[in-house]
Design a protein around this ligand. Structure first.
Ligand code: WTA
Length: 652
């Protein structure tokens, strides 16, 4: 089955064939994959049109598939009407109403189960409650929630009334929350009194209070879920308990029918410049992408229990917790807490306890659990697992092999899925029953996705040794439509580089001699820490906002556990601190960044200089800083540098 070289030197030429037992029952067999690819290549629009018709329940059929007349503003299925929550819930009621939709395990071990029928009722009740508060189609609603089913219920309830949710990850600071609320001009916030994480209570409601105390004038009401019940302040005029809001409402709710292009949600993500951008996804195309990839990549079958460990605050939690698998009528698992709380076997214990069959997580989590040793997973029965997935950052072959051998018992295919907040759904991944995998490669684009690696001129790179820009050459249904309130920035960021011909992902990649894609990392100033996406400029602005800081530059350096780590080069006002003074300032700055953005952006290392390396025109040379951060000898030509002597100081 595999040319099994486990234990020998890891290199990238090993291949793993889909196990026959998997192929025998796979949704997509090799033949089926070939025919899907052929169909998509022959007639891309016809392909997506057929799938949209078959997979989605339309209230009103779409008159056209794709409109390219305002490229790069593409629209899909425009004129068709649907409701996403109807597609995720109502359509299962007749045949699968009593099927389990969500198994939810709290960090403290509390378990709750929702069937499709009960989930539908809860969604309808909240949707009615939101309408009672005056929420309408098109309103923006911010969600700051623990990773509990109510987060999904809130997202689905927004979709039901045509309101746009914008989920903010619970690890961000009040400051970050505020800037997102203000950018979205949100009328409502849905949150919880708290969530459980790492044995502590995350004070979500108090973050909201803090954000709202200094701005966010657009917010009318805050809906508060009682989760931790540890006693919080409620503002009588503004705050309403979730359970009170839904106490006397019907458990059915007429859905708002929306155009396929009606935005389903905004999700803020970091880019290379400026503030986080609110990526906008459209109802019809996004739903199609999330649903199809759930079926194709995760091979979802009636008896599966699918656990995507991502928090709902990230795109992965949107597409593979809240929407895709539910649209497919699957059973999902949600876990509220930290992977090692209260012990290092928690993930595997949950897999055993709930019979998880498909497990999808990030390389950082795999590496962290791998470090704890093989004995821990060995204590649990993982025999129900049949498919494993990885997302968010490149997976190193060593972690891939451990995942394969120790967690997958050498019997589960691994799908290494490449995609982005902007792509809405998985773009490149093995189809588990049809594609031969190589550790560390996301293999090939999915049917209908025209990905390529091009050079500075936009020409395909032929040499398998050479890296280039990862681009997508044809539009696809789940692509982002715009950046909320800033379409010019959308076009500039993703389309202008190659004159609007290709979508530019911001990653570099190469293709090997067999055409397999290998992601090399970002080619902009985005840093991926534990799979979380951070903008260098955001962290720099935060540092520069500190009263003692004159200038700062932030780069990523490779880290064996978190993939990348944040390194900040800082020029203080006044004398450069040394010894204890430097230690003290470092502690202060790390706390400052936590306060301004969130703990995930906290620099792992801060170095102080009298200046930063700059070109004669005053541009900071990040390339050099990256080498310095990685501890590399500077081999580059530094002759264009204004102040080359600064390198020695910063290298220390
Ligand atoms: C990176 C996460 C290598 C990549 C879904 C991309 C990956 C960014 C992979 C998007 C993968 C995601 N292999 N790198 N399988 N998946 N990335 O928006 O740099 O949080 O551009 O979406 O993560 O991050 P985002």
């Amino acid at each position: 089955m595999t040319n099994d070289t486990i234990g020998s030197v890891l290199h990238e030429t090993r291949t793993f064939h889909p196990p026959q037992a998997f192929v025998d029952h796979a949704r997509i067999t090799p033949d089926r994959l070939t025919s899907l690819r052929e169909e998509a290549d022959r007639d891309p629009e016809g392909f997506w049109g057929r799938l949209a018709q078959e997979e989605i329940d339309w209230h009103k059929p779409f008159p056209q598939v794709l409109d390219s007349s305002r490229a790069p503003r593409y629209t899909w299925f425009e004129g068709g009407e649907l409701n996403v929550s109807v597609n995720c819930l109502d359509r299962h009621l007749a045949r699968r109403g009593q099927k389990t939709a969500i198994i939810a395990e709290g960090e403290k071990g509390d378990v709750r189960v929702f069937t499709y029928a009960s989930l539908h009722r809860e969604v309808c009740r909240l949707a009615n409650g939101l309408r009672k508060l005056g929420a309408r189609k098109g309103d923006r609603i911010i969600l700051l929630m623990p990773n509990v089913p109510e987060a999904v219920i809130a997202m689905q309830a927004c979709a039901r009334i045509g309101a746009l949710h914008s989920v903010v990850f619970g690890g961000f600071s009040a400051e970050s929350l505020k800037s997102r609320i203000e950018d979205a001009n949100a009328r409502f916030v849905i949150t919880a009194d708290g969530g459980h994480r790492g044995g502590k209570i995350i004070e979500l409601k108090s973050f909201v209070d803090k954000a709202l105390s200094t701005g966010c004038k657009s917010v009318r009401n805050v809906v508060v879920l009682k989760r931790t019940d540890h006693g919080i302040a409620m503002d009588d005029k503004r705050d309403v308990w979730w359970h009170d809001l839904v106490a006397n409402v019907k458990d059915t709710c007429d859905p708002a029918w929306v155009d396929a292009e009606h935005p389903l949600f905004l999700l803020y993500t970091s880019g290379s410049t400026g503030r986080p951008k609110g990526i906008v996804h459209a109802s019809g195309g996004y739903l199609l992408g999330a649903l199809l990839t759930s079926k194709w990549v995760f091979d979802l079958q009636a008896s599966d229990v699918f656990w995507c460990t991502a928090d709902v605050g990230w795109i992965t939690g949107h597409s593979y917790v809240a929407y895709g698998p539910l649209a497919a009528g699957a059973t999902i698992l949600m876990y509220e807490g930290a992977p090692t709380e209260p012990h290092g076997g928690r993930f595997w214990e949950i897999c055993e306890k709930h019979g998880v069959t498909i497990f999808y997580t990030a390389p950082t989590a795999i590496r962290a659990l791998m470090r704890l040793g093989d004995d821990i997973p060995a204590k649990y029965d993982l025999s129900k697992l049949r498919l494993l997935g990885s997302v968010g950052e490149p997976i190193n072959p060593e972690a891939w092999m451990w995942y394969h051998r120790v967690i997958g018992g050498a019997r589960c295919p691994i799908v290494d899925t490449w995609w982005q907040t902007e792509t809405g759904s998985i773009m490149m991944s093995p189809i588990p029953g049809a594609v031969v995998t190589k550790p560390g490669s996301c293999t090939f684009p999915l049917p209908g996705i025209d990905a390529d690696v091009v050079d500075e001129e936009g020409e395909r790179i032929q040499s398998p040794e050479e890296g280039g820009y990862l681009v997508i050459k044809r539009p696809w249904p789940s692509m982002a439509r715009t950046i909320y309130g800033d379409d010019a920035r959308y076009q500039e960021t993703y389309w202008n580089k190659f004159n609007n011909r290709y979508y530019v992902a911001g990653d570099s990649a190469h293709r090997d001699a067999e055409g397999y894609f290998w992601i090399l990392g970002r080619n902009d100033d985005v840093i991926k820490v534990s799979g979380h996406r951070l903008g260098s400029m955001e962290i720099e602005s935060a540092l520069c906002a500190h009263p003692n800081i004159a200038e700062a530059a932030v780069v990523g350096r490779p880290d064996a556990l978190t993939g990348e780590a944040v390194v900040a080069f800082v020029v203080p006002k006044g004398a450069r601190p040394e010894g204890d003074a430097a230690t003290k300032l470092t502690i202060e700055l790390r706390a400052w960044v936590t306060e301004q953005i969130g703990a995930l952006a906290r620099p792992a290392e801060i170095r102080y200089g009298d200046n930063l390396p700059k070109t004669r025109s005053g541009k900071i040379m990040r390339r050099l800083l990256r080498s310095l951060a990685a501890g590399e000898v500077i081999a580059q030509d530094t002759s264009t540098l204004e102040n080359a002597s600064i390198l020695a100081q910063l290298a220390a």
